[in-house]
Write a protein that binds this ligand. Structure first.
Ligand SMILES: Cc1cc2nc3c(=O)[nH]c(=O)nc-3n(C[C@H](O)[C@H](O)[C@H](O)COP(=O)(O)O)c2cc1C
Length: 684
């Protein structure tokens, strides 16, 4: 082990490593092709160890002390129950429990069938929210929640820290007595404290927080969907006309075959070309398919089925619409679960330009599901922000857009045509839409007709490996007037098994998309496997894309956006990474709340993120930069204990890290990552 390896843990959390280094090799594309055993991350010999290091409790205790000694302004979770003995006992208890849980996994179907079912963790005494805020509850004795503050506080357990981020930011904490950092805003007489001056200045930073009335209106069918209804009416009329044309053409053909002469007038108005009946038939097929609840998408796409001349002619009001110049901007991918608002704030802090919410189901939005509506939330720092929709029914997706247009503040709406998961694909949504071009075209046209902001599309290069359709799709999206296309260079079939096909992305980038800079130009972004600035700039240069979207690379190292801006690799220190995680927790407590449930949500999302973060190999440990996303590292030690702990793939170590920030997890806390051991190989 090098002397660096033996650096005492106390020195690990606060040091600031400047944006570094890695010299000529880092941004040299040829460096990444240097020969190393295939699939293995090239780690410098001095950091290699025979087997994965085990983090001892004593080491953890030192690390916790170091974290406490650091005591910087932004930190949370520095509670009195953070002492060494409590912690060790907690960890031991949890380790035992984890084994117990593993043996008693509740079996379920589907892709997450082995996931441990986690219990919701609640306070022992359920205090009424109004009383918790120091207010009167008008329900009195009929309220089903407890009104006895003393009883609640006696059962609640110790505070997790002595500073409350919500109180500090807004001058009051909405969680009142329920806050796990209560002492920060309770006086010696047990009264809640408010900082009136701060409250007056405090601004809401989260947009698209909707009232309960919206849910009620949507559920009671009282929401005004007139714009989307107009589009659906127009589409229905066009379909009726198309059906009439088909009938007429068939009758004319039949009459011809029977030798009966058709009237000259009929022949003039409706010349029955070979192409038209086929087009009309496609419309009819589509109508029939939509009337069923689509179970199986049309899985393959035949070359000449992809015609975009049949798109309904809807006025687009293009000149009135907001325009965004996406070219050359960095784009954080939509990421279900992990691409939550606190994570996006972290990425904004590292300079990402474009952010997008997690994929939302159009049907749940129009039904007013609160958890789905919450996916539209936007932080004020997100200055180019879009929401992503998925759906299999034209009218539902168009209505969702209509609703978004009226109630939400967004810069663009993205249609997901890439999601490969069975549930979504088999319903004809996500990548399933690639197999129903007629429907997809009407959907996009409808979205454009009701939205005052641009419509963008995210798609895969194919459903099946051997049938790439990316080039056709690119030209269709361009002709439909999509404001941006983002192409993930994989087929639905291949999932993450092989590297993204950037040569094919280049073929798509080279298809006609209008004149760059012109009104009819559709920028194309590439997406797949970017983990460093050299990847990013190589794709811009060699693969002719207008920009790149980054997903797993941002989860593993959100500072990638800063690396791209400065075009240098950054050998970020473990202390700086730890500070980033603390910042996430502060944002999390603000977003999910500082009460018991909010703290647990924050912990859970931190751990989901850690299931990606731990895969980052510090730049200073690598023989060759950048790290390759699909390579796996041999066992190695970090340059200090915290770096080693952060690289652990053991969930118990991730929980220990969360304990260092948020205080010890409750005994009942369980965690099973959504994205398992091969956590970088997940769906999207
Ligand atoms: C955890 C996770 C969640 C994802 N969620 C979404 C999503 O909600 N919408 C979407 O279009 N793609 C989603 N994706 C796919 C990514 O946006 C991206 O297309 C894919 O991971 C390839 O990019 P990468 O190689 O940079 O990871 C997700 C990917 C991951 C890893």
């Amino acid at each position: 082990m090098s002397s660096e390896n033996s650096t005492p843990s106390v020195a690990t959390t606060g040091e600031s490593t400047p944006i570094a280094t890695p010299s000529a090799t880092s941004n040299d594309a040829s460096a990444s092709t240097t020969s190393y055993p295939k699939g293995i991350t090239p780690i410098k010999a001095q950091y290699l160890v025979p087997k994965a290091p085990v983090i001892k409790d004593e080491t953890l205790a030192h690390l916790s002390e170091a974290v406490e000694a650091q005591g910087d302004a932004g930190r949370v979770g520095e509670g009195s129950n953070n002492n060494e003995e409590d912690k060790t006992n907690e960890n031991n208890k949890r380790d035992r429990k984890d084994k117990h849980v593993k043996n008693n996994r509740k079996k379920r179907g589907g892709q997450n069938q082995d996931r441990v079912v986690t219990r919701r963790i609640e306070d022992e005494v359920q205090l009424c929210f109004k009383v918790a805020k120091g207010a009167e509850c008008e329900k009195g004795d009929s309220c089903k929640f407890n009104h006895d503050i003393k009883k609640y506080l006696d059962a609640k357990g110790k505070d997790l820290g002595d500073r409350c981020v919500n109180f500090e930011r807004f001058g009051e904490c909405h969680y009142g007595y329920k806050c796990r950092y209560l002492n920060a805003h309770m006086d010696a007489d047990g009264q809640l404290i408010k900082d009136e001056e701060k409250m007056a200045k405090a601004e809401t930073e989260t947009m698209n927080v909707f009232s309960h009335d919206l849910t009620l209106n949507l559920r009671a069918y009282k929401f005004d969907f007139s714009r989307s209804q107009a589009y659906m009416k127009k589409m229905a009329e066009e379909q009726a006309e198309a059906a009439a044309r088909l009938k007429e053409a068939q009758e004319a053909k039949k009459a011809k075959m029977e030798g009966v002469e058709t009237s000259a007038e009929a022949a003039e108005t409706e010349p029955a070309t070979a192409e038209q009946p086929a087009k009309v038939q496609e419309e009819k097929d589509l109508t029939e398919q939509e009337s069923k609840d689509v179970k199986e998408p049309k899985a393959t796409i035949v070359q000449d089925e992809v015609s975009h001349k049949d798109t309904p002619d809807v006025p687009l009001r293009a000149c009135e619409k907001k325009k965004i110049d996406f070219r050359g901007k960095t784009y954080l991918a939509p990421l279900t679960t992990v691409g939550n608002l606190p994570f996006r704030r972290i990425c904004k802090g590292y300079g990402v330009d474009i952010t997008c919410g997690e994929m939302a189901m159009a049907s749940n939005l129009v039904q007013g599901h609160k958890s789905e509506l919450a996916l539209l939330r936007r932080h004020k720092s997100e200055d180019i922000f879009g929401v992503q929709l998925t759906g299999n029914k034209i009218d539902v997706v168009v209505r969702a857009c209509d609703m978004i247009n009226q109630v939400a503040n967004v810069d663009f709406v993205d249609l997901n045509m890439g999601c490969p998961i069975d549930l979504v694909f088999n319903a004809g949504s996500g990548s399933g839409l690639l197999g129903s071009p007629g429907k997809m075209k009407k959907m996009i046209t409808g979205m454009k007709s009701v939205l005052d902001v641009p419509v963008t599309v995210k798609f895969r290069m194919a459903i099946y490996d051997k049938k790439p359709i990316g080039t056709q799709m690119t030209s269709i999206y361009h002709d439909l007037g999509a404001a941006l296309g983002t192409l993930h260079g994989r087929s639905r079939q291949q999932r993450y098994t092989k590297l993204a096909d950037w040569d094919y992305i280049r073929d798509c980038a080279l298809t006609n998309r209008g004149t760059p800079g012109g009104d009819n130009y559709m920028p194309l972004f590439g997406n797949g496997d970017i983990l460093g600035p050299s990847d990013y700039y190589r794709h811009l240069e060699e693969h002719k894309v207008d920009g790149c979207m980054i997903a797993r690379g941002a989860l593993m190292k959100p500072w990638i956006f800063e690396e791209i801006k400065s075009n240098r690799d950054w050998d970020i220190s473990s202390g700086e990474r730890f500070d980033m995680m603390k910042q996430f927790c502060n944002y999390g407590l603000e977003h999910w709340g500082s009460d018991t449930q909010g703290v647990n949500q924050t912990r859970r999302f931190l751990l989901e993120w850690q299931s990606f973060l731990h895969r980052y190999i510090p730049a200073g440990l690598l023989e060759v930069l950048p790290q390759r996303i699909n390579d796996r590292p041999p066992a190695f030690l970090g340059r200090n204990d915290l770096e080693t702990l952060m690289a652990s793939s053991d969930v118990a170590d991730w929980i220990k890290l969360s304990d260092m920030i948020l205080g010890p997890a409750p005994e009942a806390f369980r965690f099973d990552p959504k994205h398992k051991a091969n956590s970088t190989n997940v769906e999207g």
